[in-house]
Design a protein around this ligand. Structure first.
Ligand code: ATP
Length: 312
């Protein structure tokens, strides 16, 4: 099974408003509350594609229970470490004109005991894991190399990790001796890692960027490029992946859906082209749905057939 890790989950609340009035009451109808955090988006997509998955990470309090209840309702197996603090909420105010104002709680600060309990639990789950995805930000209290530590523990059990993080956690994850199997930086994350501007339409420059010693030892680098598809490095091979023009409803969570496709195909031992086509298809299917981290599996074959992969 695929093990997905979400260290800092949240209840994602979407508040649609016509116009946000400051310093007065704004009444909101049609509030949506979902089990959020990037790793839970990954989990939902894998479960919708009918593949075995277990979601883990850290949850606490009544909000943590709410998330577990939501996962039960959507038939997503889970095994979280419970802490003595409330899981966070994330509020997205969706303005009528398409603007979005977000209020994101930092979330709990983990104690040394919480951290030790999680790592012990994580190690016990490795027995039945074939591949792991780690997504999103680290909660407070954890060192920036925490994902690198998890990758090293997984390696001792011969389980490979797909790391979808950013900033210092990603930097530490690829700088450590034991590397993740795959990273999935977008244009912005790539620019931050290399301290250089990145033009996502300049493929020769992308090829040069991915050849940087910063990435030495990382087997797969998947740079997702939104509507332009992806540019990928696998060992010494480079690929330009092109996708069809589609009707985009909500692109939020497409990166997580791409991670879900990568994990599914890599777990199944698929060839390079199938890995990339699967990932692009789950990404595209997410953009075609209103709900974040959601895909319609009935459309998979149709869109998979429209993705092209060329060596570059
Ligand atoms: P996010 O952080 O918003 O989840 P991301 O920046 O990590 O996303 P993107 O590159 O935007 O990831 O999207 C991932 C994949 O989803 C793309 O490679 C593509 O397959 C699909 N996708 C995203 N946006 C579009 C779009 N506008 N049209 C078609 N496909 C898209």
């Amino acid at each position: 099974m695929i093990l997905t890790v979400t260290m800092n989950p949240s209840i994602d609340m979407a508040y649609p408003v016509k116009h946000l009035e400051i310093d007065t009451v704004n009444r909101v109808a049609n509030v949506r509350k979902t089990a959020g955090g990037k790793g839970l988006n990954v989990s939902r997509v894998i479960a919708l594609m009918n593949r075995p998955i277990t979601a883990t990470g850290v949850l606490g309090g009544y909000f943590g229970q709410y998330i577990e209840h939501q996962l039960d309702l959507t038939h997503i197996a889970h095994s979280f470490t419970h802490i003595d603090q409330e899981t966070r909420n994330s509020i997205a105010i969706l303005h009528d004109d398409g603007d979005q104002t977000e209020l994101l709680e930092a979330g709990p600060v983990l104690t040394a005991e919480d951290t030790a309990a999680f790592l012990k639990h994580f190690e016990s789950l490795l027995e039945s894991a074939d591949i792991i995805t780690i997504s999103g930000s680290l909660p407070g209290g954890l060192p920036t190399d925490f994902y690198a530590q998890m990758i090293a523990i997984a390696d001792q059990h011969h389980v490979k990790v797909l790391l979808d993080a950013s900033g210092e956690a990603l930097k530490a994850g690829i700088a450590a001796d034991i590397k993740p199997l795959l990273i999935k930086p977008n244009e912005t994350e790539l620019a931050a890692l290399l301290h250089t501007p990145v033009d996502k339409h300049n493929y020769p420059a992308l090829k040069q960027h991915l050849s940087s010693p910063v990435f030495a030892g990382v087997e797969w680098i998947v740079v997702s490029l939104g509507a332009a598809g992806a540019f990928v490095k696998h060992n010494t091979d480079f690929y330009k992946v092109t996708i069809p023009k589609i009707n985009v409803v909500n692109p939020v969570g497409s990166g997580d859906s791409t991670t879900a496709g990568l994990a599914m195909a890599l777990e199944a031992g698929e060839d390079d082209a199938t890995v990339m086509k699967t990932a692009m298809t789950t990404g595209m299917l997410n953009t075609m749905e209103a709900e974040t981290g959601f895909v319609n599996p009935d459309l998979f074959d149709e869109y998979f057939a429209k993705v092209t992969v060329e060596k570059f």
